[in-house]
Structure formats: structure tokens, C-alpha cells
Write a protein that binds this ligand. Structure first.
Ligand SMILES: Nc1ncnc2c1ncn2[C@@H]1O[C@H](COP(=O)(O)OP(=O)(O)OP(=O)(O)O)[C@@H](O)[C@H]1O
Ligand SMILES: [Mg+2]
Length: 321
């Protein structure tokens, strides 16, 4: 094995352990979150109220051991509430920048679809360029700037759907379902004692284990994971397949290809392999591409979902041997 995968796995095991002190179960969700973080990418977590989305992201922010900030999105939130504003300083007789919460490393954008598109868009430049322009001056953000956003499914009342360009900036959309029965039982029992999830987190009973430096190092390790040219071609074919499928009005763009590649590599790593397989790519196709697709209304009315369309595309694209 030519990657020091041991270092990566140790960091991963530590991180999982700490998270599990707060978050019960949700293994797939935690793994996908870690894939996004280790790859230096943004993620969107979707689920009905009360499944633990906010708690998960707060917990991640805590174990990451870097600067974190949280923005609660509301209908009256303004773009400047996110980026910051120049205010006149009477003493100095000049304008100076009061930095907004975006000047951080790990940003929790909670209930992102509760604010209108104009406000959500304040994140666009930051997410792509890791920089933000305020009154014509561009300010660099942390090189590890990462956004984890949460949202309720759009059918829920009082929400504004994310614009396409905004969705495209998330490497993954992670669906968070209600817990399994035994997990719900564990949660119920913990709630009654001093192991209640929020209590454990709020009282700082979990460790900060990953530093910005460690994260950068993990990113370097991921670069060494092998992905054969044929598999890169396979990713490209899958993404291009979303642009020609009859049920799709608008398919995934090149960011989709990048996301699929990076996420597949991350999955290989957390499964203790130093090479990517076609199955890694298949597994990550829905979480990386599903949220980028717009279905034709006539198919959507029939109840077709992006997941079903991607499954069909996967069955049509030739898998390299
Ligand atoms: N898997 C879980 N592990 C630990 N706690 C959980 C889990 N699922 C739900 N909870 C508990 O459920 C409660 C709600 O969690 P949280 O506020 O994170 O939900 P949410 O998904 O953000 O909801 P909303 O969409 O309404 O904001 C918390 O008290 C949390 O402790
Ligand atoms: Mg919440």
C-alpha cells in the first residue's frame, strides 16, 4: 500500500468515536460528512425536523478543532449579515470592516432554505473562491473554508428552494432519515440520564481532535489514492448521461464530475483502500449528482425521482473492467 492510510484511518476512527458520543447511529450520514470534510468540500444535509441535522453539524464543528461559526437563516436575514459591512469609524475618520460570520473556517448554515435566494447567494462567491467581495474590496477567507448547510425538504412550508448555482456548490447532498428503532431506543434512554446528546456537546465532553493542519495533511493523503483513467472516463460518462436522459431538463455540470471523483476517492479511503473501484463511483453517484438534476415537469408529476433516473443511467453506462 503506497498511501499512509494508517494515519488517515486513525484520524477517522478518532473522529468517529468522538462524534458517536453525541450522535447515535447515522453511520452513513457521518461517513459522508467526513468524506466531504476530508476532501475540503461543502455539504448539504437534508431531512425532516428533529432528525439531528443541527446537532450533527455542531458536533462536527466541535471535533474539527478549527474556527467555527453558525448562521441561523431566517426570512429577514440580509446578505450583509453574512459577509459583514463597512461602517464609519468616527474616531479614525474612516470606514472599517466589521466582519460577518463568513470569516471563519467551518460555517454552519442552518436552515439555509429559510432565507430568500438573494441572501443565500451571499455564500456563492465564498463557496467557490474562498474569498468575499464587500464594497468592491475582495477579502480572502480561510483556505479550509467549508460550509455545511442544513435544510428541510422543500415541500415543508415557509422555505425557499436553493437556486441551482447554490446547490451546485455542494459536493454532496446527504439525506438524513429518522433513526432505526434500536437507535431511537438508545436516544430515548440517554435523554433521561446525563448522557443526553445536547448535554454531552454543550458541556464540552467531547474532544477537539482535528486541527486545520491535520485536515490539510489528510487532504494530501487523499491525493495519493489511485483512480485509473478508465474510471475517470466512467465518471465523465455518468455525468454526461444526466445531460441526455429524456426525463432530465437540466443535467449535472462539470462540478458534478469533480464531486463524483472526489467523493469516490474519499469513500475508497474510509473503506481502507488506496484505489477507487467502480462500486465506489456507483455508491456516490446519487449523493453527488441527485441534487444537481432538474427533472422535466411531466416526469416529476409522475413521481419520478433523481435517484431513480441516476440508477437507470448507471445501468446503461458501460462499467470499465
Ligand atoms: N441520531 C441522533 N443522535 C442524537 N440525538 C438525536 C438523534 N436524532 C435526533 N436527536 C435529538 O433530536 C433533537 C433534535 O435534533 P436537531 O435539533 O439537531 O434536529 P434538526 O434535524 O436540526 O431539526 P430541525 O429541522 O427542526 O432544525 C435533539 O434533542 C437531538 O438530541
Ligand atoms: Mg435544525
Amino acid at each position: 500500500m503506497n498511501v499512509d492510510i494508517g494515519t488517515l484511518l486513525k484520524a477517522l476512527a478518532h473522529t468517529r468515536n468522538e462524534i458517536a458520543k453525541v450522535i447515535i447511529g447515522q453511520k452513513e450520514v457521518v461517513d459522508k460528512s467526513l468524506i466531504a470534510i476530508f476532501s475540503g468540500q461543502h455539504a448539504l444535509i437534508e431531512g425532516v425536523p428533529g432528525v439531528g441535522k443541527t446537532l450533527l453539524v455542531r458536533t462536527l464543528g466541535h471535533v474539527l478543532g478549527c474556527d467555527t461559526a453558525r448562521i441561523q437563516f431566517t426570512p429577514d436575514l440580509m446578505p450583509a449579515d453574512i459577509t459583514g459591512t463597512n461602517v464609519f469609524n468616527l474616531k479614525e475618520n474612516e470606514f472599517s470592516l466589521v466582519k460577518g460570520p463568513i470569516f471563519t473556517t467551518f460555517l454552519l448554515a442552518d436552515e439555509i432554505n429559510r432565507a430568500p435566494a438573494k441572501t443565500q447567494s451571499a455564500l456563492l462567491q465564498a463557496m467557490q473562491e474562498r474569498a468575499v467581495t464587500i464594497d468592491r474590496t475582495t477579502h480572502a477567507l480561510s483556505p479550509n473554508f467549508t460550509v455545511f448547510a442544513t435544510q428541510n425538504p422543500i415541500e415543508h412550508e415557509g422555505t425557499y428552494p436553493l437556486p441551482e448555482a447554490q446547490k451546485d456548490r455542494f459536493m454532496l447532498k446527504i439525506d438524513m432519515a429518522p433513526p432505526e428503532k434500536n437507535e431511537e431506543l438508545t436516544l430515548a434512554k440517554r435523554t433521561l440520564g446525563n448522557q443526553a446528546p445536547e448535554q454531552v456537546l454543550n458541556q464540552g465532553r467531547i474532544k477537539r481532535i482535528l486541527s486545520v493542519k491535520a485536515l490539510t495533511g489528510l487532504g494530501r493523503l487523499l491525493e495519493k489514492i489511485m483512480i485509473k483513467d478508465e474510471l475517470i472516463g466512467y465518471c465523465v460518462d455518468i455525468v454526461r448521461g444526466t445531460r441526455t436522459h429524456q426525463a432530465i431538463l437540466s443535467g449535472a455540470g462539470p462540478r458534478g464530475t469533480q464531486a463524483l471523483l472526489l467523493a469516490s476517492r474519499g469513500l475508497a479511503a474510509i473503506q481502507e483502500r488506496d484505489f477507487v473501484t467502480p462500486d465506489d463511483i456507483k455508491h456516490m453517484a446519487v449523493p453527488t449528482l441527485g441534487h444537481r438534476l432538474i427533472l422535466r415537469p411531466e416526469y416529476e408529476i409522475e413521481g419520478l425521482t433523481p435517484k431513480e433516473v441516476i440508477t437507470e443511467i448507471l445501468s446503461q453506462v458501460t462499467v470499465p473492467r
